[in-house]
Design a protein. Structure first.
Length: 255
């Protein structure tokens, strides 16, 4: 359970208890010496209402928050105790806590669920192993080197094995562990695009911009009309040829 949630219950309970006590005291003083226009019966109703809606619920909520906080504190102490051991029998923890093995397993399971400690139970040996002990486990011998009896005890680095039949004690050789491989380099493949259709043509570059040139009119000549005296252009042709003024309409021959 989160400690902030425990504190919230205690705060809410304390506020309700304070309001309940204040309202109850007001009702008590009003009952002893009621002001004019009121009776003692009115203040007794106020006392009953404040007691049932503020004081009693506040006490219950405060007690619940205090209980949750106490359980959380016990779980933290248990997690710290388990972390100090790489492996420990559940029966030994139960004797230290004064509880049954089933209750002790339930408490350890709560510690694991709340993330206070990481580990696992070994049902064959009745022990709890921390997560760090996984990297310290050594290869246990199959048989006792003294009497040849089968061994079933899991061993961690630095521990000695004891034969249950002949009582011989021996230490297995440590396991040479290679350093863990480096993490793989993430590979991000390039995005694959579908092939273009057969009629697809890549865009062509824009042609260079051509500056416009002034219009030229070759084979033109200026002629002055004898009628209106205005000048206009005519196309040169084989002479003589007839011309006509576009302004006044005068016609003539160009020799």
């Amino acid at each position: 359970m989160d400690l902030m949630k425990d504190d919230m219950f205690r705060w809410i309970g304390g506020i309700l208890i304070g309001l309940g006590i204040f309202c109850t005291m007001v009702g008590v003083f009003g009952t002893i010496s009621p002001p004019e226009g009121n009776t003692s019966q009115d203040y007794l109703i106020i006392i009953g209402f404040c007691t049932s809606t503020l004081l009693i619920p506040g006490i219950v909520i405060f007690a619940w928050g205090w209980k949750l906080g106490k359980e959380e504190s016990e779980l933290e102490k248990l997690a710290g105790y388990l972390k100090s051991y790489r492996r420990i029998k559940t029966s030994d923890v139960a004797k230290k806590l004064g509880k049954t093995e089933y209750e002790t397993e339930q408490l350890i399971t709560k510690c694991v669920k709340q993330g206070l400690i990481t580990g696992y139970f070994d049902r064959s040996s009745g022990e709890f192993f921390t997560y760090e002990s996984l990297f310290e486990e050594v290869k246990r011998p199959d048989k006792c080197p003294n009497c040849g009896a089968s061994l079933y005890t899991r061993l961690l680095s630095g521990e000695s094995a004891v034969c249950n039949y002949c009582g011989a004690t021996f230490t297995p050789p440590p396991i040479e562990r290679s350093p863990p491989p480096p993490p793989p380099i993430p590979y991000y493949p390039q995005q694959q695009y579908p092939p273009p259709p057969q009629h697809y043509q890549p865009p062509q570059p824009y042609p260079p911009k051509v500056q416009p040139q002034a219009k030229t009119f070759p084979n033109l000549m200026n002629v002055k009309c004898p009628g209106c005296a205005k000048v206009f252009d005519v196309q040169q042709q084989a002479r003589p040829f007839r011309i006509k003024c576009p302004y006044c309409g005068t016609e003539g021959m160009m020799a």
